[in-house]
Design a protein around this ligand. Structure first.
Ligand SMILES: Nc1ncnc2c1ncn2[C@@H]1O[C@H](COP(=O)(O)OP(=O)(O)O)[C@@H](O)[C@H]1O
Ligand SMILES: [Mg+2]
Length: 246
């Protein structure tokens, strides 16, 4: 049984059909990357899973149970954490305080315990340890992204949804973010990752899906997607060919 399964999910925003019958699944322990250009429906897929957007039709099944009709808070409590696009941090809270907020879905855990767990996050996110008591608004884009991912992990999710964690970051920072995703994977957390950067996105994945204007067009293991010339030319970007050889 997959950890999560989308069956024929369609989402509309008024006239726009953002998702058209999307079916995908993620097994426990997998990192699955959803690739696709701007406007393909990647964020909408994650928003549908986390209950922020209601599908017009189709079904989403988590641990064998339908999530139809559940709101975002209930879905977080089931064990799904969503790190949205745009690395939102609370500007007036410190990095450490921002990270602690990620545990707000967990009941029966003391504030001391949460505080200690947030401290431990800086072992994984060691680059931002020196900034843990600095206010959110003073952090760089990459530091904010690390805080956002750390906050997601504080929920102790069964499924972590990451929406374009590399967007707008310098290459050296992108590499660091992906090293962290590899470590998250090593620790056994299941991840559904959304990326426009096909090379980085596939480098951490067990499997990938490619979305084009609301439809899934191809799925496979990372090397299958890379080695398919048509897929590369059409969906993985003009730079993909040279990047794959490098
Ligand atoms: N809140 C919204 N209202 C109307 N249209 C939206 C909204 N959010 C996304 N869309 C549209 O839905 C489609 C898919 O968007 P999105 O899921 O954000 O794509 P991606 O994350 O792949 O860039 C696009 O055509 C986008 O313009
Ligand atoms: Mg998006």
């Amino acid at each position: 049984m997959p950890l999560i399964e989308l069956k024929n999910v369609s989402v509309r925003y008024g006239e726009i059909e953002a998702l058209r019958g999307v079916s995908l699944s993620v097994e426990a322990g997998e990192v699955v990357t959803l690739l696709g250009g701007n406007g393909a429906g990647k964020s909408t897929t994650l928003r549908a899973i986390s209950g922020l957007t209601k599908p017009a039709s189709g079904e989403i099944i988590f641990e064998g149970k339908s999530m139809t009709g559940l709101g975002p808070e209930e879905i977080v409590r089931l064990g799904i954490a969503h790190v949205p696009e745009g690395r939102r941090v609370f500007p007036g809270l410190t990095a450490h305080e921002n990270i602690m907020l990620g545990a707000s879905n967990r009941s029966g855990v003391s504030k001391d315990q949460i505080d200690q767990e947030a401290d431990a996050m800086f072992d994984l996110f060691s680059d931002i340890r020196p900034f843990q008591h600095v206010l959110g608004w003073t952090l760089s884009g990459g530091q904010q992204q690390m805080v956002a991912v750390a906050r997601g992990l504080m929920a102790k999710p069964k499924l972590l949804l990451l929406d374009e964690p590399s967007l707008g970051l310098a290459p050296v920072i992108v590499s660091k973010v992906f090293e962290i995703i590899k470590e998250i994977r090593r620790r056994g957390t299941t991840v559904l990752l959304v990326e426009q950067n096909a090379r980085m996105g596939l480098s951490v994945a067990d499997r990938g899906y490619v979305l084009e204007t609301g439809r899934l067009v191809v799925t496979g293991k990372p090397d299958e997607l890379w080695n398919n010339e048509d897929v590369r030319a059409a969906y993985l970007g003009g730079h993909a060919r040279t990047a794959a050889k490098a």
